[in-house]
Design a protein around this ligand. Structure first.
Ligand code: FAD
Length: 409
């Protein structure tokens, strides 16, 4: 094999998924050189229509994307969530969270993941500060005075030296393992079934979160009659459900969701995957920082994983305060990273507790919990300040003042 080629950049990002690309766009602001090392080609021929995968963006994420100039190019392809209807199957408690009560246009938006990814990619490719390497497989990492990353493209080995390495290579992060950062993992014993639906009587801009004894069900507007559905069930049930034909599956789903939007008239392909929570014990190691699924892979019940990562990026952006990472002396760099960790661990733990609390409260079949479930939803609806707090937390608005969140770059 030929000699290892070495290069320098201010920041290297391992992993060019939604989080890695968003981080690159945010941190280029101060003119830093950023290299993104991504194993895939990033040009997946993902289908749209009823087979599209989608993601719910919270209010805070929209503000951050506005700051990055991304929102302007995806706005017309995103569907607004103006109201959220939360209910528990077979029980009387219902709560409605509404954007108008908070004097907002929308509580969040839903967009097909491929459209968001395409927009991020276009911006990254147009940037003179970011070099995106696709087909580049991360191999090794060391952190001393700087981060030293080894990767390979078509058999040729390279080494990248930088003042900061951002690790965004997903839940099974091999960079996290090599850094020796331990993680906690929780196997929920559940799987999420993802699909899209068309309803005969859609309610515009309404999202539904329905808790059932078998697991939570989220139905999110994609515009017109089209809705995205995330249905969490135990692994055995999920395996059986995805084997059903369209008619049988619709019947099961309709039994669970009810007829609040009429009949399910059409359905896309069903995908199921097992749910695990992975939480890295540390967010930093030397000159390396873990972010996105590499730091926290969450249960999708609250749709928070990507939204949380964007707030992490916004915090890092603020802490850097327009400085170039390479211009900082080592002590300042390390104390900035330590401040980042302290700041973000607190919110990450809060979001994880909220998600786990919902999973155990709403997925447990103990009869006494039925009353608590129903009671907690009704109480939420009767106590507006409490409801507002839940709505604000879901939208990422309990996150403090931040330049990117205010739409500035
Ligand atoms: C069912 C479901 C629904 C969800 N819904 C929502 C939602 O509505 N809202 C929300 O905020 N979040 C949601 N999430 C969470 C969200 O999808 C994740 O938080 C987010 O996609 C994580 O992105 P990432 O870039 O960190 O990781 P990934 O998407 O896993 O990207 C990692 C990247 O690293 C690359 N990579 C891996 N190994 C290497 C290597 N060795 N060398 C180079 N590159 C490598 C991969 O190719 C990939 O591109 C949901 C999750 C699930 C499971």
């Amino acid at each position: 094999m030929s000699k290892i080629k070495t290069a320098n950049s201010d920041i290297t990002i391992v992993g060019g998924g939604l989080v890695g690309l968003s981080a690159a766009l945010a941190l280029q602001g101060s003119g830093q050189t950023i290299k993104v090392i991504e194993a895939s080609s990033l040009h997946h021929p993902e289908s749209g229509g009823l087979n599209a995968r989608s993601i719910a963006l919270s209010y805070s994420s929209i503000q951050i994307f506005r700051g990055l100039g991304v929102w302007q190019s995806i706005r017309n392809q995103a569907a607004a969530i103006r109201d959220i209807h939360v209910s528990s199957q077979g029980h009387w408690g219902v709560t409605r969270l509404s954007a108008s009560e908070l004097e907002l246009d929308a509580m969040g938006y839903v967009i097909e993941s491929r459209l968001l990814a395409a927009s991020l990619l276009e911006k990254v490719e147009a940037s003179e500060h970011i070099e995106l390497l696709t087909g580049a497989r991360f191999e090794s990492i060391e952190t001393g005075d700087e981060a030293r990353i080894g990767y390979q493209i078509e058999g040729q080995r390279y080494q990248q030296l930088s003042s900061l390495a951002i690790i965004a290579d997903g839940a099974n992060s091999s960079a996290r393992k090599q850094l020796g950062v331990e993680h906690n993992s929780v196997d929920y014993g559940q799987a999420a079934i993802i699909t899209n639906l068309e309803f005969s009587k859609p309610v515009e801009a309404m999202a539904y979160e329905r808790f059932t004894e078998q697991g939570p069900l989220a139905v999110l507007p994609l515009g017109g009659k089209r809705y995205a559905c995330v249905w969490t069930r135990n692994i055995e049930d999920a395996e059986a459900l995805v084997q059903l034909d369209d008619g049988e599956f619709i019947e099961e789903l309709q039994r669970c969701f009810g007829f609040r939007m009429g009949y399910i008239e059409a359905i896309g392909q069903r995908f199921s995957f097992d749910l695990q929570r992975v939480q890295a014990r540390r967010l930093i190691s030397g000159h390396c920082l873990l972010i996105g699924n590499a730091a926290n892979a969450l249960h999708p019940v609250a749709g928070q994983g990507f939204n949380l990562a964007l707030r992490d990026i916004a915090t890092l952006y603020d802490l850097l305060g327009g400085q170039n990472m390479s211009d900082l002396d080592d002590e300042t760099k390390l104390s900035l990273l330590a401040e980042y960790e302290t700041n973000r661990k607190a919110e990450q733990n809060r979001v994880i507790r909220l998600g786990d609390g919902l999973v155990s409260l709403f997925s447990n079949q103990l009869p006494v919990l039925n009353h608590i479930r129903a009671g907690s939803l009704a109480a939420l609806d009767l106590v507006p300040p409490l409801k507002t707090q839940v709505a604000l937390a879901g939208m990422g608005m309990t996150f403090g003042g931040n330049a990117l969140l205010r739409g500035h770059l």
